[in-house]
Design a protein around this ligand. Structure first.
Ligand SMILES: Cc1cc2nc3c(=O)[nH]c(=O)nc-3n(C[C@H](O)[C@H](O)[C@H](O)COP(=O)(O)OP(=O)(O)OC[C@H]3O[C@@H](n4cnc5c(N)ncnc54)[C@H](O)[C@@H]3O)c2cc1C
Length: 382
């Protein structure tokens, strides 16, 4: 029995594997689909990085540092600062609280009144009663490049990526065993010292007892064509964050020229292996209405492109980063916001697996991510 197996080469598993390998662990990163693939939660060209909205800056600061050093090591742009507007009424307690967290950490965060927003971003049309917290250090992570850079770094530190599906785990004994099925469709059992499960929307296939606590959603990702110029990151168009109050967020045009990505933070429940379910239209209609109301420079009649990406939701929208017994660690339920923190989440998973969680600072808030906090939702029959 040797080494650690990380199951799932999405952004969470890939970072966990890199941390283990950097710590000198013999590490196998297992992925059921040939890489790169577009079936889980980590594909696509862009993700938003924002400082506003966390209770401490520790995980975000650590993560930004790792994104920047990967960028330098691989000589590739992984992050572009665009700034981010987080909308709400002036005295919104949520915005006030989180602005003070950002400022207390010595970072800038300004309140912009409606008139200031209009002057600075004339392509936006929001109601007078709304202002926005301006998070100038927010920006776009180029997701597919990030994932590829993490996996390259993992291979460069001596890690192994294996294309096979984990069918079952047996962790009742002193070691932990996994039944693997490769493309030849023959299966074999392999023994490891420890396992990290980072299977995104497929997590409950391996750990069925989590079934009532995790919900997978098929999120329609929609791109809207600009009618007027000025919506690209290069033009200084910001990230728009209105998910808390309206369920909507958007990123400036950068992955597809002249197409602005606007999404609803939700979608119909779906099986990750049968995700083309009906019911996505109502979410696209909500985005269309939002675009027509607030983004008059875009053609809001219908999206120019639609894609699908999976969310794995927990009942409180916070992930699970925890141990499941002595030899198994789990990272799942990143609920539509796990990309930006993934370097820190991977670090937490690796430290938990190696028995070094004490070395994580209190700002990492390990208790907040424990599985047992969700037990109360089992009885509530969601
Ligand atoms: C549309 C959309 C927009 C988002 N926007 C943002 C954003 O702006 N900012 C942000 O921070 N986050 C955002 N997120 C969230 C973020 O992308 C996810 O939280 C993150 O990608 C989750 O990664 P993961 O590794 O947990 O899952 P996945 O990427 O799904 O990875 C799991 C991997 O495990 C593999 N796997 C599963 N089961 C097995 C098995 N049995 N054997 C072998 N392999 C297996 C899968 O094939 C998959 O590759 C967004 C997500 C979506 C879908």
């Amino acid at each position: 029995m040797t080494g650690t197996c990380v199951i799932g080469a999405g952004i969470i598993g890939s970072w966990a594997a890199l941390h283990l390998s950097e710590a000198g662990e013999d590490t196998v990163l297992l992925e059921q689909f040939p890489l790169p693939h577009t079936r889980g939660s980590s594909h696509g060209a862009s993700r938003a990085f924002r400082y506003l909205g966390d209770e401490t800056m520790d995980r975000l600061d650590y993560s930004m540092g790792r994104w920047q050093s990967l960028e330098a090591d691989h000589d590739v742009e992984l992050f572009r600062k665009t700034g981010l507007l987080n909308f709400g009424p002036k005295d919104d307690p949520w915005l006030k609280q989180f602005m003070s967290v950002v400022r207390a950490a010595g970072k800038r965060c300004d309140w912009l009144e409606s008139a200031a927003i209009h002057e600075r971003f004339p392509l936006l049309n929001y109601p007078q009663e709304w202002g926005a917290a301006w998070d100038p250090d927010g920006g776009i992570l180029f997701a597919h490049r990030c994932l590829s850079a993490v996996q390259k770094a993992f291979l460069a530190t001596g890690g192994h990526i294996v294309n096979a599906r984990a069918l079952r785990m047996d962790h009742s004994a002193n070691a932990v065993r996994v039944e693997l099925e490769s493309s030849s469709e023959e299966s074999e059992w392999r023994e490891f010292s420890r396992i990290i499960v980072a299977c995104g929307p497929w997590t409950t296939r391996l750990i069925p007892e989590l079934e009532p606590l995790l919900k997978t959603l098929a999120i329609p990702v929609t791109y809207w064509r600009q009618r007027l110029p000025g919506h690209s990151a290069a033009d200084g168009f910001p990230i728009l964050y209105n998910a808390r109050l309206k369920g909507i967020y958007g990123l400036p045009a950068c992955e597809y020229p002249d197409l602005v990505k606007i999404l609803y933070h939700g979608g119909p429940e779906a099986d990750p292996d049968a995700r083309d379910v009906p019911g996505r239209e109502e979410y696209v209609a909500r985005v269309s209405e939002y675009v027509r109301q607030h983004l008059p420079g875009l053609d809001g009649r219908q999206p120019a492109i639609q894609e699908v990406c999976m969310y794995t939701m927990t009942p409180d929208s916070e992930p699970v980063i925890d141990r499941l017994g002595d030899r198994v660690v789990i990272g799942c339920g990143f609920s539509g916001s796990g990309f930006k923190h993934s370097p820190a989440s991977g670090q937490m998973l690796a430290k938990l697996a190696l028995g070094q969680a004490d070395s994580l600072g209190p700002g990492y808030q390990l208790p907040k991510y424990r599985l047992d906090r969700l037990e109360k939702y089992r009885v509530n029959d969601r």
